[in-house]
Design a protein around this ligand. Structure first.
Ligand code: GSH
Length: 223
């Protein structure tokens, strides 16, 4: 299987799931500007929307949209509860919440076109994060078991420093980040994308090349 990705983007979520499940996956980088892939293909022919992630199966079938990809990958594993278990629906509820209420609004904070409404968008995201922080009772979103929703949340919250969202105001979310970052397979995925912790708590990760280029100044890590 091939996973089309950008470093530190939402494609890191299915990447983490592949590592957690021990799946054999080929990572294929996509150039954001040219849409050429690192193995020489036209990415627009694979996903006409141009964005990552996309998963290409060994038979050539392509699955797009992160929440669908992670559920496909994790079906039948401990990362995705079984049909009939309400926790499965809770995981799906969180995947939808993350994609609609966090991922997409956070993407807008990277886009200067929306600069005039960034304050309002940040305020809305903050309300959602406060709600989430209050619900986090256990180690992970649905309790003590790590699921596909946790990987996705971790990846989106990793963009906090670049969107001027200080996660420390929500201690449970900050603790969640530290817990997920400490998972061996998550660390493996971060390393494979050449991402390095840059904060004292080891909670946020960015490409080494970017960090090396002068103290976080320059092109932000775009989702
Ligand atoms: N609805 C898509 C959104 C994916 C998305 O926003 N991908 C971003 C990276 S996080 C991207 O590839 N952006 C570059 C672009 O839009 O060209 C999903 O959930 O998979």
């Amino acid at each position: 299987m091939k996973l089309y990705m950008h470093a530190a983007a939402c494609s890191l979520s299915p990447h983490i799931i592949c590592r957690e499940l021990g799946l054999d996956i080929e990572l294929v980088q996509v150039d954001r500007k040219t849409h050429r892939t690192s193995d020489g293909e036209d990415y627009l022919a694979i996903n006409g929307n141009g964005y990552v992630p996309a998963l290409m199966l060994d038979d050539g079938k392509v699955l797009t949209e992160g929440p669908a990809i992670v559920q496909f990958l994790a079906e039948g594993s401990a990362l995705q509860p079984e049909i009939g278990d309400i926790k499965r629906n809770e995981v799906q509820s969180y995947l939808n919440f993350i994609t609609a209420e966090l991922h997409k609004p956070m993407v807008l904070l990277f886009n200067p076109t929306y600069a005039s409404v960034h304050g309002e968008i940040r305020a809305l995201i903050s309300k959602r994060l406060a709600w989430l922080n209050d619900r986090l009772a256990g180690s992970y979103l649905t309790g003590e078991a790590f699921t596909v929703a946790d990987a996705y949340l971790f990846v989106c919250l990793n963009w906090s420093p670049w969107t001027d969202i200080d996660l420390k105001q929500w201690p449970d979310l900050h603790g969640f980040m530290a817990r997920v970052a400490a998972r061996p397979k998550v660390r493996e995925a971060l390393q494979a994308e050449d991402l390095q912790a840059f904060d004292a708590d080891g909670v946020y990760f960015a490409p080494q090349a970017y960090l090396a280029s002068a103290g976080r100044v320059g092109e932000p890590v775009r989702p």
